[in-house]
Every structure is written in C-alpha cells, then in structure tokens.
Design a protein around this ligand. Sequence first.
Ligand SMILES: Cc1cc2nc3c(=O)[nH]c(=O)nc-3n(C[C@H](O)[C@H](O)[C@H](O)COP(=O)(O)O)c2cc1C
Length: 272
Amino acid sequence: MNAPEKAPRTSKATGEKDTPQMKTIVVDGKERYFEPAPAIKTEEFRKVVISRRSVRKFTDKPIPEDVLNDCIDMALLAPNSSGLQPWDFYVVKSEAKKKKLVKICFSQMAAQTAAELIVVVARTDRIAEFSKRMLDEWPTPDIPTIVKRYYKLIPIHYASGPLNTFALAKKAAFAVGGLLYPVPRGPFTESELRLWAAKSTALACENLMLAFRAHGFDTCAMEGFDESRVNKLLNLTSEAFPVMIIAAGERAPDGVFHPQVRFDRKLFVHEV
Ligand SMILES: Cc1cc2nc3c(=O)[nH]c(=O)nc-3n(C[C@H](O)[C@H](O)[C@H](O)COP(=O)(O)O)c2cc1C
C-alpha cells in the first residue's frame, strides 16, 4: 500500500495542529482532520448561478487554455458517489472530429458556434480499479478499518455479473431483508449502475458550467445528439456513455434566446 509517510506536526496554542498536507484538531480528546469552511461572498456565487443561461450562440472568441483547464479542474471536484469519480471529459480539439460532432449534435447552433465542445462521459467499468486506487491514494497515513472494508466491499456490491445474474440475486436477497429493515436496493443491475454513474457525472457537468460562467464564459448543456455516433467517434466501450455534451464559449449578444422560465416553486418544494 502506498500510504503517504506520517508527516511531523506542530502543535498550536489553539489546539489545532499543522502539517504541510493536513491540519488536525482535537475533538472530545481525539485528533481529527480539520478543514474549516472558508467565508464565501454569497452575492458573487448568486451572480454566477443566476447569470448561467443556456447560450445557443457564441462569438468567435477562443477560451484560453488555462481557463478551460481550470474549469475542467473545478468539474473534477464535483461530489461523486463513494468518491469513485465515474466520469471522463473529452475535449474535442481535432477539427475533423469537431466537425463530425457538430453534425452528431444535429447541427445545433450552440454546437456550431461553440469555441469548445466537451463530451462528458459516465463510466461503470472502473469501480473495482478505483476502489483499489482509493485505498492506494488514501490521504491519511492510517486507513480507517471502515474505509478499508468499504472499498473492498464495493466491487462485490456493485458487480452485476453476466446478464445481471449476480445483480438479480443480490436484489432478491436484499428484498427479503428489506421486509424487516432498511437495505440498499441498488445499484446492482447494469442499468442501475449507469444511472449511478450518470448522477455523479451530471453534477460534474454543473460544476463545469458554473466554472465557465465564473470565468466570464457561457455554456449550453446538450443531450440532443446521436449517442451511437458519439460512442463511435470517441471509441467508447459499452460501459461508457455520453451524459451531456457541453458547448462553451463567449456569449453572443443575442446568444440567449428568451428570458428564463421557472415554474412556481410551490410545485417543487415540499415540507414534509
Ligand atoms: C441534460 C440537459 C440536456 C439539454 N439538452 C439541450 C440541447 O440538446 N439543446 C439545447 O439547446 N439545450 C439543451 N439543454 C438546455 C435546456 O434546454 C435549458 O437548460 C433549459 O431550457 C433551461 O434554460 P436555462 O439553462 O437557460 O436556465 C439541455 C439541458 C440539460 C440539463
């Protein structure tokens, strides 16, 4: 196991301890990891959220490489199920591929005019590999037993088996147990695993779009594309699929086609 070396720590008067990588704090007599929440200017965040619109027409302005990379880095920080990061980002740089992709997106104006097209792909095939990687790269010197157990269990828990046989057996077993107490109902089958991966990947898409907005650029999420042709263009395996294609660029003056529509929040917000 490649656990990092335990670094020396310097006690502070506050009870916090510092290491180059990690701060700790003593809570109830136990040393705990400490990551304080920084103050955020809510109005700046609100501006990013409110000004994000689906932009369907972009100017010719290119997105600087460092901005593009920063936005992707922020997308990679999205929350994700079990920390397993079930996504890939294909930044389509080849002009030939871009031309094909625009067609695959039914020549939507957002795709045609975008400075960048990013295909965000969900994957279900790296669960075992990334469970192992998580233990290899665990950020504290001692991996808690519960964490070790969890990541050893996940590949078994999530394995669907040939023709979903293993998945259906697990489903049946849990359904029996579920008559008495709460049990996990999935993800077991291949389609449940695809949904599992799509959830986290969609969150990464949102991070990506907000990051572009924070950098002064805009986006349009697209699912209007021929999935089979995207798979072929990117040589995706059957365990990978495009969740969204993000068109990004600078908003043209007439890039937003109409004011934003949101129905009455009473339709959606329930206090129970
Ligand atoms: C998953 C998803 C797929 C979308 N697909 C398309 C698309 O193919 N083409 C398009 O013009 N807009 C697409 N949109 C943008 C939506 O139409 C847009 O988000 C919605 O109308 C609300 O407008 P707003 O984003 O400006 O708030 C998509 C959005 C999402 C989240």
